[in-house]
Design a protein around this ligand. Structure first.
Ligand code: ZN
Length: 321
């Protein structure tokens, strides 16, 4: 039986590590994306909104099961000279021929995995396979959302090179958890057709990379201007007392970045809806009300249980974020 008493934990590994866009952020992004869809798609997606929300975090959970999963969530663009970006934004076989698969894997493969996911989702629409459409939509939303996070394009992804350990969770978990529902305007507008998925993902990644310096610099300046006791606070999370970034510190950091987190979150919502819409359009706009798959619940439950077990008890492969 769990007691509700507060215990002090994890004193030595602070601040508390929180997962990418936080589970909170990924869930919000997939949920809001449904409302940006055109009606013909929304009638299919909306009844499954809780599935899309719940499974928005599966790719992060899968990092406890698959060593190959981690590099799909980021690309360290600062590893490559700017002059090489054109040689990177090419199909996977050409990029491999130029850099080798090992090098690409080591520094993250998000843009190529995104293309694979777009291809798979389009194929699922062509096959009218409801189970795969939903699973791939939920997961595609995850990778698209990760691409909008500036620190997912930087090798200094958790401020580990600059004495800013924890900044990853501060930007993409703590700020949205504190401000998204209360203050952010997350209406992203209507889904758009994406003519060139490769160019689309690369422009998102380049915007993220351009913002990464600001993300790091602004936090450094704020941190230097305040004593440590204004930076962290103890918080009760599920009955455990954990040290986290203080609310005032989090709000001050967010406001010094202007509307960056809100804008990137809204961008992730619109991009997710646009990817779902584009895959469907490229599959010939199949009518979705006729799609049915009676095995869906059983298969889904089995996989969900497995991911949940590994996530709770396992050790992550690769980066924490
Ligand atoms: Zn991720």
């Amino acid at each position: 039986m769990l007691t509700r008493s507060i215990s002090i934990v994890a004193l030595l590994c602070l601040p508390a590590i929180i997962k990418a866009w936080g589970f909170f952020g990924h869930e919000r992004i997939n949920r809001h994306a449904v409302y940006s869809l055109p009606p013909r798609l929304m009638v299919f997606y909306k009844p499954h909104i809780s599935y899309l929300v719940t499974h928005s975090t599966d790719p992060d959970k899968r990092r406890y099961m698959l060593p190959d999963e981690g590099p799909r969530h980021y690309i360290d663009l600062d590893h490559y000279p700017r002059s090489e970006y054109d040689s990177l934004a090419v199909p996977w076989p050409r990029a491999v021929a130029h850099y080798t698969a090992d090098t690409l894997q080591r520094h993250g493969i998000l843009p190529w995995h995104f293309e694979t996911m777009m291809y798979r989702l389009t194929a699922a629409f062509l096959a009218r396979d409801r189970e795969r459409i939903l699973k791939l939509s939920a997961e595609l939303g995850h990778y698209v959302a990760d691409a909008h996070v500036p620190l997912h394009t930087s090798s200094n992804h958790n401020g580990q090179f600059t004495g800013q350990h924890g900044i990853h969770g501060l930007w993409e978990s703590r700020i949205p958890e504190l401000l998204a529902d209360a203050e952010f305007d997350l209406w992203a507008g209507k889904a758009l057709y994406i003519r060139e998925p490769r160019g689309f993902i690369w422009s998102i990644l380049l915007e993220s990379a351009a913002a990464a310096d600001t993300v790091l610099r602004v936090e450094k300046e704020l941190s230097n201007s305040l004593p440590a006791d204004r930076k962290y606070a103890w918080e009760n999370r599920n009955g455990q007392l954990v040290r986290s970034y203080a609310s005032d510190y989090t709000k001050a950091y967010s406001s010094k970045m202007g509307d960056m987190v809100e804008r990137r979150m809204r961008g992730a919502i619109l991009a997710t809806a646009s990817c779902w819409y584009t895959a469907w359009a490229n599959a010939g706009q199949p009518p979705l009300q006729t799609i049915n798959n009676s095995d869906f619940q059983a298969t889904d439950q089995k996989e969900t249980d497995l991911l949940e077990r590994l996530w709770r008890g396992g050790k992550i492969f690769g980066r924490e974020h």
